[in-house]
Design a protein around this ligand. Sequence first.
Ligand SMILES: [Cu+2]
Length: 364
Amino acid sequence: MNYPCDAVTTPVSGFNCTPNAGISKFNVTSGLTYRLRLINSGAEGMQKFSIDGAKLTVIANDFVPIQPYDVDVVTLGIGQRSDVLFKATGKPTDAVWMRSTLGTSAFVGGCTLNDGISPEAVAAIYYQNANTSIVPTTVSTVPSSEIETCANDPLSSTVPSFKMMPPVKPHTEQIINITYQSNGTHDLFYMNNSTFKADYNDPVLLDAKLGHKTFPAEYNVYDFGASSSVRLIVYNYAQTGVHPMHLHGHNMYVLAVGTGLWDGSVVNANNPQRRDVQLLPNAVSATEPGHIVIQFDSSPSTASVWPFHCHIAWHVSAGLYINILEQPEAIKHDMQIPSIMAQTCRDWSAWTGKNVVPEIDSGL
Ligand SMILES: [Cu+2]
């Protein structure tokens, strides 16, 4: 959209700021209902999506259909997707704003690190007889308290359409404590006192295929063996804000979200929210963490090495990452790794034998 190019203080090679770049325009017809597939494809900012004067009906989170419910604003952490219904109930001549706002900066109590110059993106929605040469003049009626809430909607609101009940007693339970501390030169994220660091020349999945059972500590490998059900109790002690935690390969059950120590209670225990990214609350203080409790089912069909990490680009860059090694025996005996992968590893090994590859961060 339009951005005040004078505000660009650190030009990035290859990117130019175009003054008065214009806005995106969407055309709708009065009386119809539209499905919007929203994704936050950003690096850090928690987006709050709304359409002036409209309620939006959420029908899916991270592609998992849920029982529809209405909101003023849709909260999207990095990587989160929500499908919403927008009913175009306006007059044929109406024009309204669609908004995605980052709210106020985290430095003054908000949810994101925006610089305050242009924290709200807008696009125009034009009904069929609207004058598309002028921009809308509508204002947002979303309460500021909803913009300032750094959390997904309550788990009690998000009930999957297809019922699945996770085991009350999982096969394996693991606590993950996230902290933010110095390694001597840099402040990094630590998972149970270990900050993640990848070795580009040593893929964990290949190790698992070869039957290796032990890994360097900095790979942050959690071997859950043949557990049929795994629960992670994740505590955020970092006091750096909210983390959109993402699990690969599964729709995880989100059993609880809160602050302090988990009291064991589960929301919608017979059919909890399932999705693959969930906002983990900020720590209240150094001794009072935020928490989420997630759980996933496992079988030989889900055998792999699955990342579980924060989706904020520079948090995962700073080590907020673990590898979940699932069903290693099935990997060793049943998984077919295409020969092109082995060839790629050999080629990479040969090239890195003669060229230094700078690994400036965790390696992810
Ligand atoms: Cu994070």
